[in-house]
Design a protein around this ligand. Structure first.
Ligand code: OGA
Ligand code: MN
Length: 296
């Protein structure tokens, strides 16, 4: 029996990085994530991720274990607080799906990304990036939008930049939870143990990407509740202005899913949004989420 090649000795994979005709994003063409990836190839993928912020790997027929193993190359993985939607035997995978099981119970988180957000910004250490792998796609709808928050920061007036640079904001997983549960009663009621895991976190309104040094706007409609130290009315007005600015069409790439797509985005650079799927059409994706640093 011959041993599988290790990451260091794996043969080179001859892939290309093709930037999209969009403000952000690139396709990686010619890479098979199911095969071992050597260090030099891995470094090119890492570089492309930093340069383009969202990478699309088409037609990746990989298993959950391969999805997890590739994700782990970038860091330890988060275990999502909604344990109800972990893939059985693989708590590193969150099932994102609108499908209901035979007993009527939801298979996964059906309304993930209903508002613009960056994954896990509600924890002191938000996520570095997430990898979503298509399992079952609807015949229409179900797109995912990505907005470049470096461009959003750079697009602010110097006066606004100066005003918000020193500010901090509170992020809370619970901010929209009850509103979503009212719309989607299948959403589980959170246990006290789950609520304890998602205490609000305070984050800089403008963060610096720890690997590139670029600044990015870091507030979201989904999780940001208030600017620390401002009267509520002023905080609401400022956040509304920033939310509207941060997702202007000139900062956005819209991903149209194809079978077996794997999409890997940088939560430190981007926000994302699920455009929505008609209820009667089935959609299922698997998500891994990489742990990140303390924002500064
Ligand atoms: C997510 C998410 C969006 C989508 O899985 O983190 O926001 O389009 N998903 O499913
Ligand atoms: Mn998300």
């Amino acid at each position: 029996m011959t041993a599988a090649p290790t990451a260091d000795t794996a043969p080179h994979q001859d892939f290309e990085v093709r930037p999209f005709d969009a403000p952000v994003g690139a396709e990686i063409v010619g890479l098979d994530i199911g095969r071992p990836i050597n260090e030099a190839d891995f470094r090119r993928i890492h570089r492309a991720h930093l340069d383009h912020h969202v990478l699309v790997f088409r037609d990746q027929q990989i298993t959950p274990d391969q999805h997890i193993a590739f994700s782990r190359r970038f860091g330890p993985l988060e275990i999502h607080v909604l344990h109800q939607f972990h893939l059985e035997g693989h708590p590193e995978i969150l099932i994102v799906s609108n499908i209901k099981k035979a007993d009527g119970e939801p298979l996964g988180l059906g309304d993930a990304g209903a508002y613009w957000h960056s994954d896990i910004s509600y924890k002191p250490h938000p996520s570095l990036g997430s990898l979503l792998h298509a399992q079952e796609l609807p015949s229409e709808g179900g797109d995912t939008l990505f907005a470049d928050q470096h461009l959003a920061w750079e697009g602010l007036s110097p006066g606004m930049q100066q005003r918000i640079l020193p500010l901090k904001a509170e992020h809370s997983y619970l901010a929209k939870y009850e509103e979503l549960r009212a719309k989607n009663p299948w959403r589980p009621k959170l246990s006290q143990a789950q609520i304890d895991k998602v205490a609000p976190a305070v984050q800089p309104v403008v963060r610096t990407h720890p690997e590139t040094g670029r600044k990015a706007l870091f507030v979201s409609e989904h999780f940001t509740t208030r600017i620390v130290g401002l009267p509520q009315e002023e905080s609401d007005a400022l956040l509304a202005e920033l939310f509207a600015h941060s997702v202007k069409p000139e900062y956005v790439y819209r991903h149209l899913w194809a079978p077996h797509d794997l999409v890997f985005w940088d939560n430190r650079s981007l926000m994302h949004l699920a455009a929505g799927t008609p209820d009667e059409l089935r959609r299922k994706l698997y998500r891994t989420t990489i742990e990140g640093d303390l924002p500064f």
